[in-house]
Design a binder for this molecule. Structure first.
Ligand code: SF4
Length: 325
């Protein structure tokens, strides 16, 4: 396969086929620089060398009733993580101020749980109104399964984007969780979109899925017309059912990122949890496919830190995207 010819065809508007996406996933380790170079042609066309920084806040941690097997906050996890109920409006607002100081374009407020309670909704909506009055930062919320009414309330409060990951392919999702299913997740993604919220949806790779599952996830996200795709790399957490899984190799992560870029050429693709652990010293290469990253850590695990992230971006010749007021 001539990877640059493939990226030229994508840039001319011809969507990648299933077989072509699979060919990317089947490419050899020796081909990784050529694959990334072709993915970079697409990334540069849409986003130049910009990298948008996102800061995530775990506004309610642990104690979840759901049994997602990858998650250290689930009902079946014995991970030693902080557990606390919904934070106050003041705490969430303080997190937004920190995010703004980190040059983040977006502040992502996340809560554990199947779906937000009425009290959670009131706290989130009030917090978002306060943040929007004070600063121009974009706001994403990730609160679990949503009703139409809840999605409309979030939009009215000023939420810009809703995150709800599909996590993996429809086939593989049934192995991941028994308390809700893939179609529940698709339904919430659609509800968020119909309420006028931008849709952020991605997944986790390295959970034991095969490469066809990864291709099917990338295609499902294209079908949903998502605006933003966070791609996590499983960092098997002690105390979860996945604790003994073998970590992905850096090249496997990079190849998957490239495939997501080929399939979703103009969409924001974000390197998310597990990038430091799984991609390690090759992380800077991920910016040739991804145009966005979480900085200052994840929900229950720390990242490499803001300074290391911004140094990496600058040293690799990329620039932090600024907030446009
Ligand atoms: S619903 Fe969310 S917080 Fe709860 S177990 Fe699943 S991924 Fe974790």
């Amino acid at each position: 396969m001539k990877w640059n010819e493939l990226s030229e065809r994508v840039l001319k508007g011809r969507p990648l086929t299933y077989d072509e996406a699979l060919a990317v996933m089947q490419s050899s380790d020796d081909d990784i620089l050529a694959v990334l170079d072709a993915a970079f042609t697409i990334r540069r066309h849409y986003f130049g060398r910009g990298v948008s920084l996102h800061v995530i806040r775990n506004a309610k941690s642990g104690l979840c009733t759901e049994n997602c097997s990858f998650c250290s906050q689930s009902a079946v996890s014995h991970s030693a993580i902080p557990e606390y109920p919904m934070q106050s409006v003041d705490q969430i607002l303080a997190g937004a101020r920190d995010a703004q100081r980190s040059a983040a374009v977006r502040y992502c407020i996340v809560t554990s749980g199947r779906t937000p309670s009425e009290k959670d909704m009131e706290t989130i909506c009030h917090s978002v109104r306060c943040i929007k009055r004070e600063m121009p930062i974009q706001i994403c919320t990730s609160l679990g399964l949503l009703s139409e009414e809840q999605a409309v309330r979030l939009k009215q409060a000023g939420v810009d984007r809703y995150n709800h990951n599909l996590e993996s392919s429809e086939r593989f999702y049934s192995y991941l969780c028994a308390t809700h299913d893939y179609l529940d997740r698709v339904a919430t993604a659609r509800i968020a979109k119909s309420a006028g919220l931008e849709l952020c949806s991605g997944g986790i790779i390295g959970m034991g899925e095969d490469i066809k599952d990864r291709v099917n996830l990338a295609l499902a996200l294209r079908e949903l017309d998502v605006d933003s795709i966070p791609l996590n790399f499983l960092d098997p957490r002690p105390g979860t059912p996945m604790e003994k899984l073998i970590k992905l190799t850096p090249v496997d992560c990079l190849r998957s990122l490239a495939m997501f870029r080929f399939v979703n050429p103009g969409r924001e693709i974000r390197i998310a949890g597990g990038r430091e652990v799984c991609i390690g010293s090759m992380q800077a290469l991920s910016l040739y496919a991804a145009n966005s990253m979480f900085t200052v850590g994840y929900l229950t695990t720390p990242g490499q830190g803001y300074q290391a992230d911004t140094d990496m971006i600058a040293q690799a010749g990329f620039t932090v995207t600024e907030i446009i007021e």
